[in-house]
Design a binder for this molecule. Structure first.
Ligand SMILES: O=C(O)C1=C[C@@H](OP(=O)(O)O)[C@@H](O)[C@H](O)C1
Ligand SMILES: C=C(OP(=O)(O)O)C(=O)O
Length: 441
């Protein structure tokens, strides 16, 4: 893995311009790995993301007896599907801090049967999983907490699943519904299964990614809006042969915001107008702020010729990319408000509180609500050492404060513990350096 120093100093840059080839989508990579493992047949996965989160998924699948090979030093993998049940019935699995690994694997292991323990880094043991465990145990799974109730570590034993209807709460994380949807065909052997969402569902576009990939692996889900999802009896995953992983739209947000703040154009390659990732809707927020965005089949570009406009919007549908808007708001012409982002509190860190603290270091006035942030930009961005809380997105989005916008110049930014970017984007700072210039041409 990459080596970064304990802290990284970013000099102010007066222009952002260039092209970045994006790493693969985390959400698509980890879903594809699991579906390929569960499917009948062999799947070629092209351009899988290389990062901590995909590493824990690959290692877990290996421990579960799934065979896969990497083609040389490329990010192309061959996964030999096991056709429903994992060959290894006992395993201790380290999940790091990957929500996209622990949640779907918990459901898949609980319904296929065996004796498994799942644990992760300290923060993983503070991230809720109770709604998913409740939904599974209610239909006969046997999942126990070995630490605090409601949180990993988990001990999964063979249960007796008898379900034609399940219910799951959707207001803490959409990953619980994603996990049940992906595991449902493993349960729906003789009868259809309906999953009802109880209460509000957050982060909805991630469910579209789940349904899209399930469809590519041969399983069609009938849905009633966002309320209930039905998987017919006898559906099973079959390999589509090959799957190409799109570039990561959340990772794209940093470069596109750089183009919007500091002139541009900045182009990202690997994701484009047919993307299945909701985070691409981040560009709508950039446009509202006054940036010019253009999009092709496999690229997106952002530029700006003036002062960014303040924004007041609901960001529930793009919780990850919304962090990028919070830093872009430093360059706006007035106070911005980000609403409906309460899920930030249960991610890599309490992101609402951490973002407020770090934005204040740069001179911003920040009001932290229960599920919102109001950011008033400073007259001048102050030099600061940004703490990253082991949160890759904090490390990445605060790099933007080193850019010079039309409203105010960027500052000298130190990023403490930058290596946390390895969760989704190990080469982030090299890619960022490649588009920042300290002279106009
Ligand atoms: O399903 C997914 O791939 C994800 C869903 C989102 O989580 P929540 O549903 O918990 O908001 C997002 O923040 C996370 O990075 C990836
Ligand atoms: C919330 C995130 O990750 P996870 O998939 O672990 O939930 C994230 O990547 O911002």
């Amino acid at each position: 893995m990459k080596r970064y120093p304990h802290s990284l100093d970013l000099q102010p840059a007066i222009r952002a311009v260039g092209t970045v080839r994006l790493p693969g989508s985390k959400s698509i990579s980890n879903r594809t790995l699991l579906l390929a493992a569960l499917a009948e047949g062999t799947t070629e996965i092209r351009e899988l993301l290389a990062s901590d989160d995909t590493h824990v998924m690959l290692m877990a699948l290996q421990k579960l007896g799934v065979r896969w090979e990497q083609a040389g030093v490329s990010q192309d993998y061959t996964v030999h599907g096991v056709g429903g049940a994992f060959p290894t019935h006992q395993a201790d699995l380290f999940m790091g801090n990957a929500g996209t690994a622990i949640r779907p694997l918990t459901a898949a292991l609980a319904v296929t049967g065996g004796d498994y323990t799942l644990h992760g880094v300290a923060r993983m043991h503070e991230r809720p999983i109770g709604d998913l465990v409740d939904a599974l145990n209610a239909v006969g799974a046997r999942i126990a907490y070995t630490g605090e109730v409601g949180y990993p570590p988990l001990h999964i034993q063979r249960g007796h699943i008898h379900a034609h209807r399940m219910a799951v709460r959707g207001n803490v994380s959409s990953q619980f519904l994603t996990a049940l949807l992906m595991a449902a065909p493993l349960m729906a052997r003789d009868q259809a299964i309906t999953i009802d969402v109880v209460g509000e569902l957050i982060s909805k576009p991630y469910i579209e990614i789940t349904l899209n990939l399930m469809r590519r692996f041969g399983v069609e889900v009938q849905r009633d809006d966002w309320r209930s999802f039905t998987i017919a009896a006898g559906e099973r995953y079959t390999s589509p042969g090959a799957i190409h992983v799109e570039g990561d739209a959340s990772s794209a947000s940093y470069f596109l915001a750089a183009g919007a703040i500091a002139g541009g154009p900045v182009r990202v390659e690997g994701v484009g107008r047919d993307s299945i990732q909701g985070d691409l809707r981040f560009v709508e927020a950039l446009e509202q702020m006054g940036a010019q965005v253009t999009m092709g089949e496999n690229w997106v570009e952002a530029a700006s010729s003036g002062v960014l406009k303040a924004i007041d919007a609901d960001f529930n549908h793009i919780p990850d990319a919304a962090m990028t808007i919070a830093v872009a708001a430093l360059f706006a012409d007035g106070p911005s408000t980000l609403r409906n982002i309460g899920s930030w509190r249960v991610k890599e860190t309490d992101r609402l509180s951490a973002m407020a603290t770090e934005l204040r270091k740069l001179g911003a006035t920040v009001e932290e609500g229960a599920d919102s942030l109001r950011i008033t930009p400073p007259a001048e961005i102050l030099p600061a050492a940004i703490d990253t809380y082991d949160d890759h997105r904090i490390a990445m989005c605060f790099s933007l404060a080193s850019l010079t916008g039309a409203a105010r110049p960027g500052a000298r930014i130190r990023i403490n513990d930058p290596k946390c970017v390895a969760k989704t984007f190990p080469d982030y700072f090299e890619a960022f350096a490649s588009i920042t210039k300290d002279e106009l041409f």
